[in-house]
Design a protein around this ligand. Sequence first.
Ligand code: MEV
Length: 447
Amino acid sequence: MTNSRIAGFYKLTLDEKLDALAKASEGTPPDFNLLTAQQADKMVENVVATHNLPLGIGLNFKINGADRLIPMVIEEPSVVAGASFMAKLARKGGGFYATTSAPEMIGQMQVLDVADTHAAKMAIYEERDNLLAEADTIDPILKKLGGGARDLEVRIIENSPIGKFLVLHLIYDVRDAMGANAVNTACEKLAPRIETLTGGRVHLKILSNLSDRRMARVRCRIPVEALAFGKAPPQGEKQASPETKSPRPLRGRAEGGGFSGEQVRDGIIEAYAFAAADPYRAATHNKGIMNGVDAVVIATGNDWRAIEAGAHAYAARDGKYTSLSTWGKDDEGNLVGTLEMPMAVGIVGGATKVHPTAQAALKLMNVKTASELAEIIVSVGLAQNLAALRALATEGIQRGHMSLHARQVAIAAGAEGGMVDKVAAQMVSEKVVRIDRAEEILREITA
Ligand code: MEV
C-alpha cells in the first residue's frame, strides 16, 4: 500500500528522495527516464532536441480512501508545495472524494447545404440505431474493451456568419484512451451516410474539446480548526461587524500574528465569491486550479491544451465565464470545496505510451484506468486552488513565493551549489529579489 506521507521529503537529497519514494510506494525506485531526442524524433516533426521541466512529487494525497504519490511537472515555484500542504489539511477531513462520468467523448459533424434542416434532423434520428451500429464497427479493440458508439444528438445552429446549418454529435465511449483518434475516425467514416441521409455536405468532422460528457468531480472538507495558522487571536476576540453581524472580515493579521480557522475559512469563501461573480478574477482563480491540473496532465503525457480548452469553455457554459470550483461551509462550520470540470485524459496510446517519464508517472500513481487518473487530477486541481486562496486571503501570495523565486533568480545570476541558498536568503532578508542584486551578492560572497 502506498503511503503518501513522507515526513521531511523536501529536505532530502535527490537520491534520498528517490529512495524514500520507493519505500513509500513499496516498489523499486521509479525510473523517471528522460525522453531521448531519438524517441522524440518519432513523435513530432523537425526534432532537434528535447525540453525538460522539473518533476516534483505531490505528497499527502488521500483520494477515495487510497494514498497516492503524485508526479507534477511544472516550472512555477510553490505549486507542488502548496498542493501537498493542502492535501495534508484535506486528510484531516478524510481526504478527497472524487467521481467520474462515463468516458464519453463528443465528435462533431458540420452538415452544410441542407435544404430542410428539420426533416434532416428527423431522418438522422430515425436511422440512429443503424448509424451507431456502423460507428461501433470502426474500432473493434475499443468495442471489445466495452467502449464504442453510444448516442447521436442533432443540433440546428440558427444564426452563424453563413446562416443556418445542422450539427451532428456522435457520442463515443473511449474507455481508457484520450479518444481523439477513435472519435475523429468514426466521424470521418459516418460522414458519407450522413450526406446521403440529409442531402447535405458534411464539412468539419472533429471531436469537441468541450468534453462535458466526460466529467470529473471532487469534493473535500477541511476541519475549520485545521485552517488556523500562526498565533491565532484569543477566543472571543472576533467582533461582529456592525453591518453584517458576522465575524469581522480579515484585516491583516490579528494581534497574535496569526489567523484563526474561521478567519481563514471566511477569507477563502469571500475570495471564491469574487471569482464566482467576476470573469476577470475567475480567469486567475481557474488558472490556479490549472496549475495543479496541468502539472499532472503533463506528467502523464496527456494533451494539456485539450484540458485547458475544455476547462475554460466549461467555465463559460452559461454564457458568463465563472469559477470552476466552489467554496462554502458545512453545518459544523468546516470549509467545503468542490471542483467539476471536463477531464479527457487517457492512459493508453499517444505520448502516454511512448514517453518514458509518463509511464513512470502512471506507475508511481498506481493508476489502472483513465477515470482513476481523472479523479487524481481534479483532486490536485482543488488542492492547488485552496493553496492559492488560502495564501491570497491571509498573508498574500508573495511571501510564500519569495524564497523559491529567489533561488531561481540566484541560479539565473550564476550561483551554483551552496551559493544558491546563500544568495537567495540574502535577497529574501533584504526583500529585494532581482537579478542585478543577486549578481552583486554573488560578487560580494565570492570576492
Ligand atoms: C499563480 O500561478 C496562480 C494564482 O494567481 C491563482 C489565484 O490567484 O487564485 C495565485
